[in-house]
Each structure stands twice: as C-alpha cells, then as structure tokens.
Design a protein around this ligand. Structure first.
Ligand SMILES: Nc1nc2c(ncn2[C@@H]2O[C@H](COP(=O)(O)OP(=O)(O)O)[C@@H](O)[C@H]2O)c(=O)[nH]1
Ligand SMILES: [Mg+2]
Length: 212
C-alpha cells in the first residue's frame, strides 16, 4: 500500500498594496475561487490556506489579506511577522497604485527583509485607455526593484493567478534562503494562522479574522 502523502511545509504569504487594487479579490480567488464585482472594503485581517502541488510535493501557502488598514499605509509589524513571501499588488488601471508600491516595498524591507517578493499587476481584463500601465512598464518596475517574480493577472477573469502562485510556491520551496528551520517553524498549528492572537493592540483587528 502506498504511503499517504505527508503534509508539506507552510509558507506565510502577505498581500500588500493600495486600497482598491484587488487584494481581497485575489484572496477570494485563492480561498474559494469566487469574484465579487462589488467587493466591499475589507473589515478584518483574514487568512486562508492554499495547497499547491509541486512535482509531487504538497506545499501549503498561508495567505494573509489586510484589514483594510492599507489606506493608512501602516500595517503592523505583526502582519509581516514570519512572512516568507510578500505579494505586491497594483492595478493596471491606476498608475498611482504602482507608484505607491515604493512605500510598501520600503516597509517590507524593514519588517520582512528576507521575504521572497512577487509583483502582481491586477485587472488586466481592462483595456487601454482605461489601462494606464502596460506590460513593459510593469517589467521595468519589477527589474528596477529586483522582484524575484512578476506577473499580470485578473481576478475578474481568473487569469494568471494559479500560475503566479505556483511559481511563488516553487520559489519558496526550492529557495536556499528559506532554511528548513523556518519552514518547519511556520507549520506549528495555530501559530501562523491564529489571527486573533497575532494582532497587536493597535485596534487593527476589525473582528473579521478567520481560519479557513
Ligand atoms: N475589472 C476588474 N476589477 C477588479 C479586479 N479585481 C478586483 N476588481 C474590483 O476592484 C475593486 C476593489 O477590489 P478589492 O479586492 O476590494 O481591493 P482591495 O482594496 O485591494 O482589497 C472591487 O470592485 C473589485 O470587484 C479585476 O481583476 N478586474
Ligand atoms: Mg481589501
């Protein structure tokens, strides 16, 4: 009888970027493959686990969405704590959302300096002239800021998301920068996903945290 596949490592992945770029929409695509045209502003930090299979191995991504506090551009240190990866999201229909990523990049450098970084340009279903950012601009930005990974996606049409997160999982799983100790540290049950415990006392918990 074949041995049951063992549960692989868990990697914490935080979503970053301006309000309205589609972080919660991305989260929902990853969580239950849904999309809401009228997605309301996030009211609490939410996390979910996403299983990704890579070459026969099972890798778990623990995805964290913000509490809507990104409008103040101040996520807490706890949000970044033990993050293995930071996903920087902008909207191709809003040039300023790419511009302001510079601030998110700085924050992540401070709070999660060793995190693997992925750039995602969302809403590629939107065509010019509403689309303000083209693929060349996105590529230059990714190169200038030395992102390990970069993709264009659409949460609305579910384009590019599975591939982007498979690449991220693969990069994490094979990265010598993520030590075995870090990999196992993050799988202690109730640690990386315990939203209530993991929030600081700054009142940023909107009460919407969940485990899924
Ligand atoms: N056209 C289009 N709209 C999107 C896409 N992703 C998200 N949206 C819309 O953008 C708005 C903001 O999305 P939301 O996920 O709340 O952004 P957040 O503030 O970054 O969490 C919502 O009205 C979404 O329906 C996309 O890929 N294409
Ligand atoms: Mg949101």
């Amino acid at each position: 009888m074949a041995a049951a596949p063992s549960r692989g490592p868990t990697y914490k992945v935080v979503l970053l970027g301006e309000l309205g770029v589609g972080k919660t929409s991305l989260f929902r695509r990853l969580k239950d493959n849904s999309f809401d045209e009228y997605q309301t502003a996030t009211t609490g930090i939410d996390s979910c686990s996403k299983v990704v299979k890579i070459d026969g191995s099972t890798v778990m991504l623990s995805i964290w969405d913000t509490a809507g506090v990104e409008r103040f551009r101040t996520l807490t240190r706890n949000y970044y704590r033990n993050a293995h990866a930071a996903v920087f999201v902008y909207s191709v229909s809003d040039a300023s959302s790419l511009h302001y990523l510079a601030q998110w990049i700085k924050d992540a450098q401070n709070f999660a300096p060793s995190a693997t970084r992925m750039l995602l340009g969302n809403k590629v279903d939107i065509e010019p002239p509403q689309a303000e950012i083209d693929a060349t601009t996105s590529k230059s930005f990714a190169a200038a800021h030395e992102f390990e990974l970069s993709s264009l996606v659409s949460c609305k049409t579910n384009t590019g998301i599975a591939d982007a997160f498979e690449s991220l999982a693969r990069a994490l799983h094979t990265s010598p920068a993520v030590s075995n100790q870090q990999r196992t540290a993050s799988v202690i049950p109730g640690q990386e996903l315990n939203v209530d415990k993991d929030l600081d006392s700054s009142g940023q918990n909107g009460g919407g945290g969940c485990r899924c």
